[in-house]
Design a binder for this molecule. Structure first.
Ligand SMILES: *Cc1c(COP(=O)(O)O)cnc(C)c1O
Length: 384
């Protein structure tokens, strides 16, 4: 869906609240309705409102796609039933013999999709440390069509220089895809740094309330948009109208939530950094983070995800996680409530034994927007 040019001049939150969300034309409803319908009456054979069948298009979905595309400063945006369905649609551009380069601490589900599902279809992959794009340049795998990067990465919070990686990918005629789930468009807009497509699990910060699963792709490439629209309709991994409504409702408050996620995370990083039960804090906002300069340049804040390594090893990490009371033990991230997890056993178990394996003393926090003093008190008692 195209972002109306009239919206380009508005700020981020104004666009989150208004793009694609003009009052409904029949009743004037100020909030985009949940169009809970599978089909649309046609005026005459071949003459319709622009909507025929709800797999192909639904007005609630259109509103969400327009709003999210605008937030990524993108001409086009396509919504899917999950982040992985969105990734699948992008990867279906590939043919047998093609190669995918991905980061060496990619989201476990992305790794599983590329290695187990696309691997079976004759598409190869390799995992690389993308924090230094010149290393990939010197070690470029033949037939690479897509470079797939997250920044910050999950769960090690490494940073990739998007502009530098785009330059390398383009010189080798490959497309750069950035998974922007952790940063969100509020903190980082990869298309403006040269990425060809941006992927989101809208399940996380964009939805923001742990109540809906979804995925989104933004691009300025009309051919890619046409491919994605085709796959969206032909494969049918589409979100229902309620899911679109909830995601749009969440996205309206993205900016205010991210400001609080950022400030809460920074306060927690301060506490963890000085604590004897913690051997290392991983957060792009820390001056000793290896790519802090790049993060400062391409992001407007460092986000709500914080990882740390327990000084006492795996058992100590497990004990900290189990003693937390306010931080809920759960997978997922990016919502109003704070979560804690053990990536090695939980979110990244499918990477065990591969190049994407994560340290077993690693603890990941998704810092929510509760009162930060309560969060700090909970962590302090858990660290002991
Ligand atoms: C959750 C997540 C995904 C997958 O999205 P789903 O909505 O769970 O399918 C992809 N990338 C990242 C970084 C994620 O956190």
């Amino acid at each position: 869906m195209t972002d109306p040019p009239s919206h380009r001049g508005f700020g981020f939150s104004t666009r989150a609240i208004h793009v694609g969300q003009d009052p409904e034309t029949v009743t004037g409803a100020v909030t985009v309705p949940v169009f809970q319908t599978s089909t649309f009456a046609q005026e005459a054979v071949g003459k319709h409102s622009g909507y025929e069948y709800a797999r192909t298009g639904n007005p609630t979905r259109t509103a969400l796609e327009s709003a999210l595309a605008s937030l990524e400063d993108a001409a086009f945006g396509v919504q899917f039933a999950s982040g992985l369905a969105a990734e699948d649609a992008l990867l279906r551009q590939l043919s047998p013999g093609d190669h995918v380069v991905l980061g060496n601490d990619a989201y476990g589900g992305t790794y599983r999709l590329i290695s187990k599902v696309f691997g079976q279809a004759g598409i190869s992959h390799s995992a690389h440390d993308l924090s230094d794009p010149s290393r990939l340049d010197g070690d470029w795998p033949a037939n690479t069509k897509i470079v797939w990067a997250e920044t910050p990465t999950n769960p090690l919070l490494s940073i990739v220089d998007i502009a530098a990686l785009a330059e390398v990918a383009h010189r080798h005629d490959a497309m750069l895809v950035i998974d922007n789930t952790f940063a969100t468009p509020y903190l980082q807009r990869p298309l403006s740094h040269g990425a060809d497509a941006v992927v989101h699990s809208t399940t996380k910060y964009l939805g923001g309330h742990s109540d809906v699963v979804g995925g989104f792709i933004a691009t300025n490439d009309a051919d890619l948009d046409a491919h994605l629209r085709f796959i969206q309709n032909a494969v049918g991994a589409v979100p229902g109208p309620w899911d679109c409504y909830l995601t749009l409702r969440g996205a309206k408050t993205l900016a205010v939530r991210m400001d609080r996620h950022n400030s809460n995370a920074e306060a927690i990083v301060d506490v963890l950094s000085g604590h004897s039960a913690v051997s290392h804090v991983l957060y792009p906002g820390l001056p000793d983070h290896p790519n802090h300069d790049v993060a400062s340049r391409q992001m407007t804040g460092f986000g709500g995800m914080v990882s740390f390594r327990a000084a006492g090893g795996r058992d100590a990490a497990m004990a900290i996680i189990e003693r937390c009371e306010l931080f809920t033990l759960a997978e997922s991230l990016g919502a109003v409530e704070s979560l804690i997890e053990h990536p090695g056993v939980m979110t990244h178990a499918s990477a065990a034994g591969s190049a994407l394996e994560v340290p077993d003393d690693l603890v990941r926090l998704s810092v929510g927007i509760e009162d930060v003093d309560d969060l700090i008190a909970d962590l302090e008692q858990a660290l002991g």
